[in-house]
Design a protein around this ligand. Structure first.
Ligand SMILES: NC(=O)c1ccc[n+]([C@@H]2O[C@H](COP(=O)([O-])OP(=O)(O)OC[C@H]3O[C@@H](n4cnc5c(N)ncnc54)[C@H](OP(=O)(O)O)[C@@H]3O)[C@@H](O)[C@H]2O)c1
Length: 324
């Protein structure tokens, strides 16, 4: 397992991470604690260090964090533990008035996450989604206090537009306080909108990008066909409309491309992401240990410029609009 620095920070993370939003997800093997333990231990044994969760994940708010904390147990210090705050916890953190980037809310949210995770510090605390009500300066000051108190080691953000990423960076510089070191955004070979703003912002500002949905819910594993989903797979019970919207002809061509190079679709999807400049780690969700093991070994291919261009022809980059 290669270890990368996350952006311009000193935080070292495995280039493949484990996305933990499946822990406690109904109708999956990781719905139970035993299933979660199996996946988390398979990840640690395969050299994965980065575990990404959020306070809202699970069938009820807080469930995935609680299950991850239990699964890590005595092996907590082998992990770089990343969690998130700022989405609607349905009252589990008390009334928040929608201001989930406020000092008042953050101080409540961090204690709740620490307690559920069973740890005294979070390695990467991520602001899950922008809060239109709270000035980013207030959020940064509260997060910087948590770093000073030792409750949080590094801070990151998620789902921010390009201008919001730049705004946060320059606010941190003006305040002379902690800066966000990572950006977690939707990004995979099928959905490349992050290339318009997020990837260039990450490159320019020294942020490690953590793409989410790296396998497009599993579409990039090769296990789905037009309108067909294997029994128990995610799209058989969750977001089935994606099966209708996907270009299966392009997907079949991508599978041929992978076969010609003797690599799997998962290896193609993860290696392609890791070839994109500021991507620091691919956080892959998994519901079974064998998936984790396959994912941990997926960064095996270094695409050439010609190969990247061949992929662009199948799943094009979004068009950039000329401003002048
Ligand atoms: N910041 C945000 O707003 C945000 C939003 C969403 C997710 N995330 C993070 O990103 C992580 C990754 O997202 P994701 O897990 O939803 O998306 P994903 O990686 O696109 O899809 C993962 C799904 O693909 C299937 N899969 C995984 N490895 C496989 C393999 N080797 N072979 C066959 N199938 C495989 C599994 O589904 P089945 O086995 O059930 O078919 C798994 O649940 C999450 O865990 C979470 O930490 C963040």
């Amino acid at each position: 397992m290669r270890i990368n620095r996350l952006g311009a920070s000193g935080l070292a993370v495995s280039e493949i991470g484990l996305g933990c939003n499946n822990l406690g997800r109904p109708k999956t093997a990781t719905e139970s604690q035993a299933g979660a333990d199996a996946v988390v231990h398979a990840a640690l044994d395969a050299g994965i260090t980065l575990f990404d969760v959020a306070d809202i994940y699970g069938a009820e708010p807080g469930l995935s964090e609680r299950m991850l904390g239990r699964a890590l147990g005595k092996r907590r210090d082998e992990a770089v533990l990343a969690t998130k705050f700022g989405m609607d916890m349905q009252g589990a953190n008390g009334p928040d008035f929608g201001a989930r980037g406020s000092r008042r809310y953050i101080m409540q949210a961090v204690e709740a996450s620490l307690s559920r995770l069973g740890t005294d510090h979070i390695d990467l605390y991520q602001f899950h989604t922008p809060d239109p009500l709270t000035p980013i300066e207030e959020t940064l000051a509260a997060l910087s206090d948590l770093v000073e108190q030792g409750k949080v080691r590094y801070i990151g953000h998620s789902n921010r537009a390009g201008w919001q990423i730049a705004q946060a960076e320059y606010a941190a510089r003006a305040l002379g306080r902690e800066r966000f070191v990572s950006a977690q955004n939707h990004y995979n070979l099928i959905d490349r909108r992050a290339e318009l703003e997020v990837i260039p912002a990450g490159e320019a500002l020294g942020l490690g990008v953590l793409p989410y949905f790296p396998l497009a819910h599993g579409l990039l594993t090769g296990k789905y066909g037009q309108g067909t989903a294997p029994e128990g797979s995610r799209l058989s019970h969750n977001r089935p409309h994606l099966l209708e919207e996907t270009d299966f002809e392009a997907l079949a061509a991508l599978e041929r491309f992978a076969r010609e190079r003797d690599i799997t679709m998962v290896q193609l999807a993860f290696s392609w992401l890791l070839a994109q400049g500021p991507v620091g780690s691919v956080i892959a969700g998994a519901t079974r240990p064998e998936q984790v093991r396959a994912n941990a070994e997926a960064a095996v291919w270094s695409p050439t410029a010609d190969e990247l261009a061949e992929i662009d022809a199948l799943f094009p980059a979004p068009e950039k609009v000329a401003l002048f």
